[in-house]
Write a protein that binds this ligand. Sequence first.
Ligand SMILES: [Zn+2]
Ligand SMILES: [Zn+2]
Length: 59
Amino acid sequence: MSTIEEQETRSCVSCGLNIAGTNAAAFKCPDCGQQIYRCAKCRKQSNLYECPDCGFTGP
Ligand SMILES: [Zn+2]
Ligand SMILES: [Zn+2]
């Protein structure tokens, strides 16, 4: 028996919080197109995000 399940990890790039089921913002890195998630809290605080793929940082 094997379970093939693609599990998407959705965690805030700023604080690392698991944002599954929350109204987090999802957007793509303007530099490389990597999907980035940011939780509502960090969004409110306008924390900087850093792309896990290319290291791009932005507001
Ligand atoms: Zn966060
Ligand atoms: Zn990127």
